[in-house]
Design a protein around this ligand. Sequence first.
Ligand code: ASP
Ligand code: CP
Length: 326
Amino acid sequence: MSQARHLLSVSDLGAEGIDEVLRLADTFAEVGRRPIPRVPALRGKTVVLGFFEDSTRTRMSFEAAAKRLSADVMSFSSSGSSLSKGESLRDTVCNLEAMGVDAFVVRHSCAGAPSQVAGWLSHASVVNAGDGAHEHPTQALLDCYTLSRERARRLGVHPPRPAVLAGLRIAIVGDIRHSRVARSCVAAFSTLGAEVTLVAPPTLLPASLAGWPVEVSHDLDAQLAKCDVVYVLRIQAERMKEQFLPSLREYTATYGLTVQRARLLGPSALVMHPGPVCRGVELAAEVADSPASVITTQVGNGVAVRMAVLYLLLGSGGSLGSGEAG
Ligand code: ASP
Ligand code: CP
């Protein structure tokens, strides 16, 4: 694998690159359990958190990850910045790079913004922290980590090396159309050998699924009875420019993971969700808090996985997949 400078899409990594991140995340998860969870790996490096769209989990876990690696962290958000005076995104990031920044973690409501930023920078790395309805690569990586490690833990076996999800039946349910998480997760899960089924009303599926390695179903009950993992998505109303559903109540009745529906799941099935959860809409509170749910485990694992990504991009001798070298 050649050394990559950016992480823009999970598809740039391939199975080998995903496995590299997951194996390193095991090491950093161990660091996280120490009384002082900090290593000097990125001392002297500066990471900018450039969040041009709201976030709780991704922003805070990148901050925790960078700090645990002893990097300096600077936070940038649009409100309060000179963007309000008419400064462009390009000038903003180039000015920040001039301050000696080594990496930008970028979240933006426009698909492709992190890739544009990468093109404007002369030396700093870019990590895509979610761009429009396009990609959320570190979410997919932390989900692969959670799935492989949690299943191994629950079955009392060692996590597979290299990481495989071979034959695992994963149902991704909900607003696929507006979900960058779905796009990155489909790519990552299928790269590792899982069988992915999208379950959604026709209006919440992308206009074209050409090239997506998935099955499609509109019958959630039938999928719940046979899946190993149900991955529930929020209705991303902030990205909707027209009405895609008659009502949220009707959506919950047909596609919500209610307490009654969750009873259809097998005894070892896992419930996942990237967060934020709208309790009572796509997922019942009781199901979110049930033993089958690994939602907070996903969030916790996000720190170690993001430490691995930052280390592979900025640490000495690291590598990260085959894409975007240079
Ligand atoms: N937090 C995830 C994202 O930013 C999922 C969501 O917002 O529903 O894409
Ligand atoms: N899962 C996720 O990306 O959460 P945030 O939007 O809170 O960062």
